[in-house]
Design a protein around this ligand. Structure first.
Ligand SMILES: [Zn+2]
Length: 332
């Protein structure tokens, strides 16, 4: 059986394993390069073309680009930040170049799970620098390029359709995410908050209540991937393992109440960070409580019932198995 270049390209598109649409974006970028007969694409140009393809794809009422309803792909995030005016075009393209290709460029030339059959068939990679395109890509004629482009587009639509099945209110979730993206910022180093926060937590883990050892992590109670900031009112200390197990899941209301109390303890002190909480959540305990609960409701609108432990009432502090395991992990 002899396969043509077109067959192999089609094989990548149709028989790929797709957790997200990254391969479709790269396929379109490569076809564009094939049309313009470039045999080298510099990393910056690759990023710019890739960015423009996603920018075009995501304008108007866009569809989800991956299957997990609780996350955004890097490209969705980068394009949104640009659309909202948070980043400039150049900043957005630099982010694409720095963060968007680590998975897709090495994995693109795969059919099904087979990494050998089309390895380096269409391009060779000089990571962070350039792609060297092969004749197998450059020799596709216009008709083949057109056919492949419509195959890519059809497959892309199919993936978006499949990804949207689990997402009951993608539009609402997207609107809420945008609010936080607009006011958000890139992650800061958080370890400097540890001494301060430990004063308000009595050196115990916020989640399981066990003593904190040396492996202390600063955790965002409302997941950072939605709220997009590192404000102190949302930060607590936790064991590394508790932090990892909770990850970006929603916690039950009892933890929100605990967080509100913790914040009020800070408000009762004279620490300069008092002013931060004051300006972000409000001037009275009642306002702060209701603002924090609004953020919690927003997060639930985005993440749905993706609760830690599977239910709203789950509390690792009252789960004997969890406590036993965490104690064992911390004493290893
Ligand atoms: Zn813990």
């Amino acid at each position: 059986m002899k396969f043509t270049n077109e067959d192999f390209f089609k094989g990548i598109i149709l028989f790929g394993l797709n957790n997200a649409t990254y391969k479709m974006g790269l396929a379109q970028t490569l076809l564009k390069a094939s049309r313009s007969q470039q045999n080298i694409i510099h990393w910056g140009d690759l990023a710019e073309n890739y960015f423009d393809i996603y920018l075009n794809r995501l304008k108007g009422s866009s569809m989800p680009q991956q299957g997990n309803p609780n996350r955004l792909t890097k490209m969705e995030r980068i394009v949104k930040e640009y659309q909202l005016g948070v980043t400039s075009r150049n900043e957005a393209i630099t982010k694409v170049a720095d963060t968007a290709f680590e998975d897709v460029v090495p994995r693109f030339q795969t059919i099904g799970s087979d990494k050998n059959i089309v390895a380096e068939y269409f391009y060779e990679t000089d990571t962070g620098n350039k792609l060297i395109l092969k004749d197998s890509l450059l020799q596709l004629n216009t008709e083949q390029q057109d056919t492949l482009e419509s195959e890519v587009n059809a497959r892309w639509c199919l993936l978006e359709g499949a990804f949207s099945i689990n997402q009951t209110n993608f539009k609402l979730a997207n609107d809420i995410r945008e609010i936080y993206l607009r006011d958000g910022y890139d992650r800061k180093a958080l370890t400097s908050n540890i001494p301060f926060l430990s004063g308000y937590q009595g050196n115990t883990c916020f989640y399981c209540g066990e003593a904190l050892g040396n492996d202390i992590h600063v955790d965002h109670v409302l997941p950072r991937q939605v709220i997009n900031h590192d404000e102190i009112w949302n930060l607590v200390l936790a064991h590394g393992d508790c932090n990892l197990l909770k990850s970006d899941k929603v916690v039950g209301k009892h933890f929100i109440e605990k967080l509100i109390k913790r914040n009020e303890n800070i408000m009762g002190s004279n620490h300069p960070w008092k002013a931060h909480i004051h300006s972000h959540l409000g001037s009275t305990p009642k306002r702060r409580s209701s603002n924090l609960q609004n953020h919690y409701e927003n997060v639930k609108s985005v993440l749905g019932t993706y609760y830690w432990g599977g239910s709203e009432s789950y509390n690792p502090e009252t789960d004997p198995f969890y406590k036993r395991l965490i104690t064992a992990l911390n004493n290893k």
